[in-house]
Write a protein that binds this ligand. Structure first.
Ligand SMILES: [Zn+2]
Length: 321
């Protein structure tokens, strides 16, 4: 009996040991498998981060290009509006309120452009997320990419939100210009034909106001130097004061652009025109047709970008409409 029970015990132990061995083998197998899976996972993770970083680097390039174009457009349009500043001052005009120095804006734009040009993608990521690019996790890299993408699309759409003015179906016929009704708009509020006043065109709404807008995350905010008046393609545009056509041509992001010099230190600018009907040097009277609304230059929809300068100051055109 004792013998039997001992044998049984030995047998039981053998079975137990065998089971343990099998377990141990399974466990080793299991660990091996887990390690392999983990390695694979880590590899995928690493590849994932590398891919995210590559996407981020590409986005930084796109961002720099977009910002460069934006600042170039801003600087060249200010320079254009500032050139030939020898305007005859006949009467003392009261300086408009809420003016901004265009020299200051131009200087700021040049500095911001340079800062962005010189910034490394690492610096930009640090600015956006607080992390260095080598230590950044996937979430941070994604976050930085998203932020930059938003800025890029803001910069691209800054002149006019696409949804502002639904494109008419007959857009295929670009020469569909409305019959001009000269002087109607601009004469509505006119008092002095030497000072810009009245609406340069019929419009549905101001789709973008004068002043600071867009927050490009890195660098300064962009300044919208005029008002955007949403109007269909081909809407007639009139001079808002007597003056001389100082420029009529293509200007960087402004597309077809007309600059008028008026007396008393005033200048007006009309951008994104589909067509211009006056040329440089021509004399215009308040209410004269100068061109038609379009979407040339950096613009995603039909509108008139309208600017009013007083000496070296940018003023809010909304106050003169
Ligand atoms: Zn504009």
């Amino acid at each position: 009996m004792k013998h039997n029970s001992l044998a049984a015990m030995v047998a039981a132990f053998a079975v137990f040991a065998f089971a343990q061995n099998v377990k141990a083998q399974n466990f080793e197998e299991f660990v091996k498998q887990q390690n392999a899976e983990f390695e694979e996972f880590a590899k995928e993770r690493q590849q994932g981060i590398e891919a995210l970083k590559a996407e981020y680097e590409q986005t930084v390039e796109d961002y720099k290009r977009a910002m460069n174009r934006m600042y170039d457009s801003e600087i060249s349009s200010i320079d254009l509006m500032k050139s030939d500043d020898n305007i005859e001052v006949k009467t003392k005009a009261k300086a408009p309120k809420s003016t901004v120095s265009s020299s200051e804006l131009s200087k700021n734009a040049k500095e911001a452009k340079e800062a962005i040009d010189n910034a490394s993608s690492d610096e930009i990521l640090k600015k956006l997320t607080g992390a260095n690019i080598d230590e950044a996790n996937a979430q941070q890299v994604k976050e930085a990419t998203n932020k930059l993408s938003i800025v890029i699309s803001d910069v691209i759409n800054q002149t006019e939100p696409a949804k502002a003015e639904p494109m008419p179906e007959q857009k295929a016929e670009p020469e569909q210009e409305q019959k001009p009704e000269p002087k109607k708009e601009v004469e509505a509020k006119s008092g002095n034909s030497n000072i810009p006043s009245g609406k340069p065109c019929t419009y549905s709404r101001i789709s973008s106001p004068f002043g600071e807008r867009i927050h490009p995350v890195y660098g300064r905010k962009s300044f919208h130097k005029g008002v955007d008046l949403a109007a269909p393609n081909g809407t007639p545009i009139y001079a808002t004061a007597d003056g001389i056509v100082a420029f009529a041509g293509v200007c960087n992001g402004y597309g077809n652009f007309i600059k008028l010099n008026h007396q008393n230190g005033y200048k007006t600018g009309y951008a994104h025109m589909s067509r211009m009907v006056v040329s440089s040097g021509a004399k215009v009277r308040k209410g004269d047709l100068i061109g038609y609304v379009g979407s040339t230059g950096t613009s995603t929809g039909n509108h008139l970008h309208y600017e009013v300068y007083y000496n070296d100051q940018l003023t809010d055109p909304a106050k003169t409409l």
